[in-house]
Design a protein around this ligand. Structure first.
Ligand SMILES: [Zn+2]
Length: 299
């Protein structure tokens, strides 16, 4: 199986800033999973040493070059190709500290940083001795502040609840026990469960029963699709999956055209974490951590 690349959803431009050797860089990171995660042990390994690929573009090479070319059509920025760095590193998601650097390379881009193939074989591999490593480590450790770490932690929060407590800042006492709670409501930075069919994106929203007096084992799954006409997400299908019996029940309103087991299989196929493992972990989280926190909030 090919490695899975998960872009981090950080802020609106999906980047963070990094200062390295007195220069300011724009950093764009993706989390790479060597394979699908199928056990808690797999998840723990990623938390302790996640593989990140980061593209660093010097700010001077983006903003200043654009400003110069806007001011002078025959500008000199074409003589100054932009330096783009590619970093392959491992990061401890729990502590937010760099574990190790695997690769550092530089590409000179003539056409602008956006077009740089920053991990290509033709790029210049830069050796990292002990001192250089320490300098780069410090740069990353300072740049990896809470919004970036939240984006890295939330996909794994149900497996290791101590990783992210931002959800506790919500007004939990207002969430009624008889209403289903979407996991994404508590963890908006968790990776969406999605699949693409003929270029169209479908997202699975998973909702949980958090009624302490109910013993059901159902996870409610709503399949959403983006409607280009209204610009809204619309429900495309829906089903319940029982974590006890492993049975699927289609919602009556979709029964004639919606094949729940096929959709479940396809969502599982494109999910970075085995879908049953993920939903079970989220259900346990909602039925323990969440219910306890809501109870505490109600006093
Ligand atoms: Zn229930």
């Amino acid at each position: 199986m090919n490695p899975l690349v998960l872009p981090l959803n950080i802020g609106k431009d999906d980047t963070f800033r990094l200062t390295w050797k007195s220069k300011l860089y724009q950093a764009k990171a993706a989390l790479v999973l060597p394979r699908k995660l199928t056990s808690k042990i797999d998840v723990d390994e990623v938390i302790e040493a996640a593989l990140l690929v980061v593209k660093l573009t010097e700010f001077g090479g983006t903003l200043r070059a654009k400003m110069l070319s806007a001011l002078a059509p025959n500008d000199s920025s074409q003589n100054n190709p932009t330096d783009v760095y590619g970093v392959v590193m491992r990061l401890n998601i729990r502590t937010g500290r760099v574990v190790e650097f695997d690769d550092l390379r530089r590409t000179k881009s003539e056409k602008g940083a956006e077009h740089a193939d920053f991990m290509s074989a033709s790029s210049e591999v830069l050796p990292l001795d002990g001192d250089e490593k320490e300098i780069l480590k410090k740069a990353f450790n300072s740049a990896l502040t809470s919004p970036v770490l939240e984006a890295l932690r939330q996909p794994f929060a149900s497996f290791a609840p101590e990783l992210s407590e931002s959800w506790k800042e919500m007004k939990l006492s207002g969430i009624q026990p008889d209403k289903l709670v979407p996991f994404q409501m508590l963890f908006p930075n968790a990776q969406p469960i999605e699949r693409f069919v003929e270029g169209e994106r479908f997202v699975l929203d998973d909702l949980y029963c958090t009624n302490p007096s109910c013993s059901c084992s159902d996870v409610t799954c709503v399949v959403l699709k983006f409607d280009p006409a209204s610009g809204q997400e619309v429900a495309w299908g829906g089903f319940r999956w029982s974590s006890d019996t492993d049975k699927l029940k289609v919602f009556p309103q979709f029964s004639s055209k919606f094949n729940a087991s096929e959709w479940f299989k396809q969502f599982d196929h494109s999910s970075a974490i085995d879908l049953k493992l993920l939903l079970r972990s989220r259900q346990t989280f909602m039925r323990t951590e969440f219910i306890a926190a809501r109870k505490a909030a109600r006093g």
